[in-house]
Design a protein around this ligand. Structure first.
Ligand SMILES: Cc1ncc(COP(=O)(O)O)c(C=O)c1O
Length: 376
């Protein structure tokens, strides 16, 4: 049984678990958008980020900005024609949006377990969930760690299944030099306020299939023919990103090396100083992790330890996060088919995320480590 009681949190957080870093660059970019009087979608910031993001995903990739990472998933499934009558295999250990998108599209999520090493799906965890109605698999690269995506891609190819990658937490992570989000038909990203790079709210879809890219763009913009105003070819959505969000994101994009370096330094300090107590998810061979948030599980199976640590840190004004409770244990997803959850449950019972914001200082890390060690 997973403990669903409220997680200990500071009344007034002094150190946030994953907050955005707004500098003069973000303020200048948003001010410039206001001065240009272009706060709607598809302005120069959005176009530049889309072009540079596409290039970062590799040759032939098309990245389209959308309103957030949740609608990115809905858009991907709709564009791929996944809907009523279809089953979609989703990891039990993920954020709710991954499975909600399946439900919103009228398909059925089927939950599978995750691998104890990567905390993501693998052929061994997906296989038991496949039925004659399975149409698609959503692989999630959780907590900045690519799952064994090349092997999952091969399984999907053999079984004739559509592969979608939820890369909301793993911006530009890679396996064997290939960027996560380009292994399947469509990859999705989030630029939510707590993400590595943010627009406050924001997301993207990415594909290397130019026909699919046109379809994603069409559906993102109400289904309107790009060449004929108010001629709607099919019912679409308004999933566009506003110009103000794109301006903030453009500044973050330009500062991505500095933001990433700081978060990586924070993560490796935790890993060095807590490595005897905790174990982190690890990418598959050839995989490159992304320093989004330091998340690890205690090496022993004491399920109360994470909450004791969270309470001790909260008393000092330090925020932490629980690992996602496995989705089949939650009221929102009760009753959907489940092929396995044992590993997901044990990770959730013993895992915790520590503050990894770019604003976290070396002194903060030292204090947090000392507190964790006192309780553990
Ligand atoms: C794994 C995963 N998928 C999807 C989402 C949804 O993204 P957003 O919050 O931008 O809607 C999130 C994010 O927060 C996430 O962590």
């Amino acid at each position: 049984m997973i403990d669903l009681t409220p997680w200990p949190q500071p009344a007034t957080p002094k150190i946030r678990v994953a907050e955005p870093e707004t500098t003069a660059a973000e303020i200048a970019a948003v001010t410039a958008a206001l001065e240009r009087n272009w706060i709607g979608p598809d302005g120069i910031d959005a176009r530049r980020v889309e072009a540079e993001l596409s290039a970062a995903f590799g040759a032939g990739a098309h990245a389209l900005l959308v309103a957030n990472g949740s609608v990115a998933l809905i858009l991907a499934l709709r564009a791929l024609g996944v809907g009523p009558g279809d089953e979609v295999i989703v990891p039990a250990l993920t954020y709710a949006a991954t499975a909600s998108a399946v439900v919103h599209g009228g398909a059925t999520p089927v939950f599978c377990d995750v691998d104890a090493g990567t905390w993501g799906i693998s052929p061994a965890t997906v296989a038991p969930a496949i039925t004659p109605r399975t149409r698609a698999v959503i692989a999630v690269h959780l907590y900045g760690v690519p799952c064994d995506i090349a092997a999952v891609r091969d399984l999907c190819a053999t079984a004739g299944l559509v592969l979608v990658e939820d890369s909301a937490e793993c911006l530009l992570g890679a396996v064997d030099g290939q960027v996560c989000g380009t292994f399947g038909a469509v990859g999705t990203l989030s630029f939510f306020a707590n993400k590595l790079l943010t627009a406050g709210e924001g997301g993207a879809v990415v594909t290397t299939d130019s026909h699919l890219a046109r379809r994603l763009a069409l559906l993102r913009g109400q289904g309107m023919d790009p060449d004929r105003r108010y001629v709607f070819l099919e019912p679409g959505y308004n999933f566009r990103m506003s110009g103000l969000q794109a301006a903030y994101l453009a500044a973050q994009w330009d500062r991505r090396a500095a933001i990433t370096a700081r978060r990586a330094a924070v993560e490796s300090a935790y890993a060095d100083w807590l490595g005897d107590l905790v174990v982190r998810p690890e990418p598959p061979p050839g995989g490159i992790r992304v320093p989004w948030i330091f998340t690890a599980r205690f090496r022993d199976a004491d399920a109360g330890r994470t909450r004791r640590v969270a309470a001790a840190l909260a008393a000092e004004g330090i925020e932490t996060r629980p690992v996602f409770p496995p989705l089949p244990a939650l009221p929102a997803f009760a009753g959907h088919p489940v092929a396995g959850t044992d590993v997901a449950l044990s990770i959730a019972a013993t895992g915790i995320s520590l503050p990894t914001s770019a604003t976290v200082t070396d002194d903060d890390v030292a204090r947090i480590v000392a507190l964790v060690r006192t309780v553990a």
